[in-house]
Design a protein around this ligand. Structure first.
Ligand SMILES: [Zn+2]
Ligand SMILES: [Zn+2]
Length: 362
């Protein structure tokens, strides 16, 4: 059995990174060996919590874990450590932000894209091309923001490091330099292409391959296609979150599909053959003779699939018997005859249609 890291941290699989961090900190402190010396159970729990967090804290590892068994493994590159998350923030909280942890090179932000797909695409898989605006390092100034990449001097305040050190009690604290905003450079002449920003928005086209059995909420990772980093930092990643478009006919519940189908009362009474659309085309269904008002037909294996798992969900067709709101004179005649055949007493009205019928047979 694979371990359920979400359960270990008491979370649901859609938990945000912030929720994961919070849950981890609470549990890690609760079961910390320093507080539970000699307690084997607590020690075991502490290890489990640690292990779960090591995976879920890192978007790439979490992605790989979420999609484990689906054959979509991401790069398991990691950034920082659980230890830093547990204690790093405490230091920040107590001694001010950025305690010796700031780096000049900043990794670019991850980007998220919500991709709406049809149920047919989910079932069969699809290749989708999406258009994404994102930040790229400006080529004209190589990200420096200075004309031709050379029209700058090192910042005198921080001597080009981008960081200023302060003594604060027993600690030396580093903060980004205000004079150069942490870049270490004072631009003399701005780059004309990016107006000194060092980066530019570009419109990129990304091809995303959805495997057969793509499910709602699935996350696909396109590595290195997020925002560019700054000061030589690596690029962020690009995440595609899959959502289903509403379907004309089907409502999705898990892997099962549900459809409503109106059946004329004559068809309900006599039984009938009907063609209904399915995700792969169409299927024949047989309306049983003497259909009751509400009945559900199950078409096995015509639902959705789950990537990497055998089998498919089912299609449920909910039949509703429909009676016409208006009748023509002929239809009414026939129904009256039919009623008589069934021995149904119908209200008589001399001047009405029934009267005329009676007259005709006299
Ligand atoms: Zn530029
Ligand atoms: Zn500076």
């Amino acid at each position: 059995m694979p371990k359920d890291y979400y359960a270990t941290l008491g979370l649901h699989p859609e938990a945000t990174q912030e929720e994961i961090k919070k849950a981890y900190r609470k549990l890690a402190l609760e079961f910390h060996p320093d507080r539970n010396s000699g307690d084997k159970g607590a020690e075991e729990r502490f290890k489990e919590v640690q292990e779960a967090y090591e995976v879920l804290r890192d978007p790439k590892k979490r992605y790989a874990y979420d999609n484990a068994g689906f054959g979509l493994s991401g790069d398991l590159g990691s950034s920082g450590s659980a230890f830093e998350d547990l204690f790093g923030d405490f230091f920040e909280d107590f001694f001010g932000r950025g305690t010796g942890r700031s780096k000049r090179a900043k990794r670019g932000a991850d980007l998220r894209y919500d991709l709406d797909i049809t149920l047919e695409e989910a079932l069969h898989g699809a290749e989708k091309v999406i258009t994404v605006p994102r930040e790229e390092v400006c080529g004209a100034c190589r990200g420096t923001g200075a004309r031709d990449g050379v029209a700058y001097v090192p910042c005198g305040q921080c001597k080009g490091t981008g960081q200023i050190r302060y003594a604060q009690g027993f600690f030396a604290v580093q903060k980004p330099c205000m004079a150069c905003r942490g870049t270490g450079r004072i631009v003399r002449e701005r780059c004309e292409t990016c107006h000194g920003a060092g980066h530019q928005e570009v419109i990129d086209k990304l091809t995303v391959n959805l495997p057969p059995g793509t499910y709602e909420g699935m996350r696909l990772l396109v590595e290195g296609k997020g925002q560019c980093g700054s000061n030589g930092g690596t690029r962020g990643d690009f995440y595609v979150y899959v959502k289903f478009k509403p379907h004309d006919m089907f409502v999705v519940r898990g892997l099962d599909l549900h459809a409503d189908l109106d059946v004329h009362f004559v068809e309900a009474a006599l039984g009938a053959q009907k063609t209904i659309p399915t995700l792969e085309g169409s299927a024949e269904i047989r309306i049983p003779q003497g259909l009751n008002k509400e009945q559900t037909l199950k078409l096995s294996g015509l639902g959705l699939a789950l990537y990497g798992k055998p089998g498919r969900g089912d299609l449920y067709v909910h039949l509703h018997v429909l009676f016409p709101k208006k009748l023509t004179a002929e239809q009414r005649d026939l129904l009256v005859k039919l009623g008589k055949e069934f021995g149904i007493e119908l209200p008589q009205s001399e001047g009405g249609l029934l009267g005329r019928i009676k007259g005709a047979f006299r």
